[in-house]
Write a protein that binds this ligand. Structure first.
Ligand code: SOE
Length: 368
């Protein structure tokens, strides 16, 4: 079971950019890892003051003020358009970074962040936190051991409904702040990261189609996609499909990944993270999160015994604890780094390119 991570990160000084939903999740995780919540800056002074009071930080006069100072780590939970610039400034000031996805709104900037971290000898991670559910680690371990055989197909989706209505608004809808892709960059990126993490293979080419169901929201023209369907091919020869939507009524955070190999299938559902479905031709069963029966990597992430549910914030806490361990020189298994952030941006760009060209495209390979 998870060792006491708090000891190794106790006293780390944290700067927090952003006080919204994700800033709160990051702050809870930082506190759970024993870090000192030092300074927060949000979009406006009154929001910074509110976040500081609620979360237990001091307030910076502005994001610029915070970025001029050096911390053990800066968490970047701001709108997508400023991720890369803020990451570069934090690295230049001597801070490690935990930057929300997408790491940047294009691969040029994402590459620049990864390169700068290497240049200045600092580190960064990107919260593809669904990797931190023990049953995801179990699926990965079983796949690695060959229990599923050779990968044949992947059937995956990520469905939400919080942008269902034309009146539903958020900064992510505005491409100036959200970037050229919305649904895919925001949640399709999680899906791709999780699939590639479990099957240890890369999507090599794809063909995608998107729809912008509401061309206007609250009087503003919308250019980014609400829904995306993608057919994918893997380097190893398997094929699959991805469905991503932020307009699926009743689906709150429905991320599902089902893989089928020559020997067995496995299915993980993010809203039921304590289970993994494992099926063979002759039998199938639901595996439960019992640390005594799981692989070492899955058992490592079990915080409480079987029958005591763990969830999203627990996964986030474990990711942040591992990020801090990485900043201290360790190499935690399966930690998503800046390279993984760049990878997600490259797949997102391939999706946009395919839609533009209405054809199959190759996904650019990672070069850092
Ligand atoms: C909103 O779509 C969002 O909060 C994402 O930004 C998160 O990454 C995802 O985990 C839940 O949904």
């Amino acid at each position: 079971m998870l060792s006491d991570d708090t000891a190794r990160s106790r006293g780390l000084r944290i700067g927090m950019l952003g006080g919204g939903f994700m800033g709160r999740v990051h702050s809870r995780a930082a506190r759970s890892a024993g870090a000192a919540l030092d300074t927060v800056a949000s979009s406006r002074p009154e929001r910074s003051a509110q976040a500081a009071a609620e979360l237990g930080f001091e307030t910076a006069a502005s994001a610029d003020d915070l970025l001029a100072r050096s911390f053990d780590a800066v968490h970047i939970c701001t709108p997508n358009d400023v991720h890369a610039a803020q990451s570069l400034r934090a690295l230049d000031a001597g801070s490690n970074i935990i930057c929300e996805k997408p790491l940047a709104t294009d691969s040029h900037d994402a590459r620049a962040v990864a390169a700068r971290a290497a240049e200045v000898g600092l580190r960064g991670t990107v919260p593809f936190v669904y990797r931190y559910h023990p049953m995801v680690r179990e699926a990965r371990a079983r796949f690695r051991e060959g229990q599923a055989g050779t990968l044949l197909t992947v059937d995956a989706g990520y469905l939400q409904d919080w942008l269902l209505g034309s009146g539903d608004e958020n900064w992510r809808v505005d491409s100036d702040q959200g970037g050229p892709s919305r649904a895919f960059a925001d949640i399709g990126s999680h899906l791709v990261d999780l699939i590639e993490f479990i099957v240890d293979d890369r999507i090599s080419s794809l063909v995608a189609t998107t729809r912008t169901v509401h061309p206007r929201r609250g009087g503003t023209a919308v250019t980014t996609e609400d829904t995306v369907a993608v057919t994918i091919e893997f380097s190893g020869g398997a094929i699959g499909s991805l469905l991503v939507s932020q307009l699926a009524p009743g689906r709150k955070n429905g991320l599902t990944v089902e893989i089928a190999g020559t020997e067995a299938s496995m299915r993980f559902e993010q809203e039921r993270p304590e289970q993994l479905w494992f099926g063979r031709r002759t039998d199938s069963r639901l595996l439960v999160r019992d640390p005594d029966s799981l692989s070492a990597d899955a058992a490592r992430l079990c915080m409480v015994p079987a029958g005591h549910p763990q969830g999203y914030q627990d996964a986030f806490n474990a990711f942040v604890a591992d990020s801090y361990a990485h900043f201290a020189g360790e190499r935690p298994e399966g930690l998503p780094t800046l390279r993984d952030g760049l990878r997600a941006v490259l797949v997102t760009e391939a999706v946009l390119r395919s839609v533009r060209e209405r054809s199959w495209v190759d996904v650019e390979s990672l070069t850092v």
